[in-house]
Design a protein around this ligand. Structure first.
Ligand SMILES: *Cc1c(COP(=O)(O)O)cnc(C)c1O
Length: 403
């Protein structure tokens, strides 16, 4: 809000107004500053900007007014002191972790991670002398036991992809802090609408804004939220010098996406809840996990830390890969895609796509069976989605169901 106010506004209001910078034309909708650089009135002014003695922009790898609007808006929404936007969600994860560790340090992460996040912790970090331990995120004793004197960071995602396990963020933050480490949370599945990890004790939150923040499948983007201290000590210089910077155009799409985030995520989650209830006891479904249902394995933790169930459902069909493929191929409204968080409902077979890189034993350990499907629920009429799924499931043969 351009006029300074002493009132504190609620998140859905912040999502529409916070961070707005108006040019001399006083435009209603935020301007897109598609510029690489900025000109200075004098050589002295340029010198002062580079010495940080004069406010203003220097180069869009460091900062850009449209990008600033997106960062300030999402920081206000989350109650974070600072935010930095990045080109992709993976750039945000990489910056959040690598900016704070050095050779000789140790990272602990939950095993159930998005594939590329697992690569950062399991493959990339060790190449540079940063060791890592993967634990069962549900097991608080495993987190405790993994802490070493050189542990600098804990990393988790909750709910997890694709099995929608939920971890106790406050309890894990306490364990991290007792061991002198920071907790980094990937909050993509919960979204800022349903979960505020910083308020639960996390130190750093990362998003793939590609997902619900865009919400219409257009641009890639990421964001890291943290304290001013973390920004100044670790993140700022890392992003400025290594250059995972977001394009102003993409930041503008995300900024406008935030304005409708609550509306979309609440509707998508309401649709997901209806689908989950309609299919939970379907004879062709052997397991259905939805964080909004009372039969979710960590329902108590969900009630404690989330205000909604999310737009994602994990469902396992009887009959393994053959049945899962048959369901995907029979769907008309719901599209086959590895993406999520879109206005269009999307379905994924994780074992052969997003989690194909894992060894079969790893998949088994994480509950990623051959019959598992991950459904990202969109904004269509829920009756059409339920009908689409019922028709597809009814096509499964008796032989599949008996397997
Ligand atoms: C998609 C995703 C990412 C990576 O984001 P990109 O924008 O695709 O780089 C990271 N974490 C989770 C949980 C995701 O779903």
């Amino acid at each position: 809000m351009t006029k300074t106010s002493s009132r504190s506004f609620r998140p859905a209001t912040q999502a529409v107004h916070a961070g707005t910078l108006r040019s001399q034309f006083n435009e209603t909708s935020e301007a897109l500053f598609l510029t690489q650089g900025y000109v200075y009135d004098s050589a002295e002014e340029a010198e002062a900007r580079f010495l940080n003695l004069s406010p203003g922009y220097q180069y869009s790898r460091f900062s850009n007014p449209t990008v600033t609007m997106f960062e300030e808006r999402i920081a206000a929404l989350e109650g974070a002191e600072a935010a930095r936007a990045t080109a992709t969600g993976m750039a945000a994860v990489t910056a959040a972790i690598l900016s704070q560790v050095s050779a000789g340090d140790h990272v602990v992460a939950a095993k159930a991670l998005f594939g590329s996040c697992l690569y950062i912790v399991e493959d990339l970090c060790p190449r540079f002398g940063i060791t890592s331990t993967l634990v069962d995120g549900k097991d608080l004793n495993a987190w405790k036991a993994a802490v070493r004197p050189n542990t600098k960071a804990f990393f988790l995602e909750s709910p997890t992809n694709p099995t929608l396990e939920v971890y106790d963020i406050a309890a894990i933050a306490d364990i991290a802090h007792a061991g002198g480490a920071r907790l980094v949370v990937d909050n993509v599945f919960a979204t800022p609408v349903f979960q505020s990890p910083l308020k639960l004790g996390a130190d750093v939150v990362v998003y793939s804004a590609t997902k619900h923040i865009d919400g219409q499948g257009r641009c890639l983007a990421g964001v890291v939220l943290c304290s001013k201290e973390f920004l100044e000590k670790h993140l700022q210089v890392f992003i400025r010098q290594t250059g995972p910077s977001i394009s102003p155009f993409n930041a503008w799409v995300m900024l406008k996406g935030l304005e409708t985030l609550h509306l979309r995520v609440e509707k998508q989650s309401a649709n997901a809840a209806l689908i989950a209830d309609a299919l939970a006891h379907h004879p062709a479904v052997s397991r259905l996990v939805y964080p909004g249902r009372p039969d979710h394995p960590q329902a108590e933790i969900v009630a404690k830390q989330m205000t909604g169930g999310s737009s994602l459902i994990a469902l396992e069909v009887k009959g393994g890969k053959r049945a899962a493929f048959a369901v995907e191929n029979a769907l008309e409204v719901i599209k086959i895609s590895n993406n999520l968080g879109d206005a269009k409902s999307l379905i994924t077979h994780p074992a052969t796509t997003t989690h194909q890189r894992l060894k079969p034993e790893q998949r088994a350990e994480l509950g990623i069976s051959d019959g598992l499907l991950r459904l990202s629920v969109g904004l269509e009429d829920p009756a059409d989605l339920i009908e689409d799924l019922r028709i597809a499931l009814s096509g499964l043969s008796l032989a599949d169901a008996a397997e």
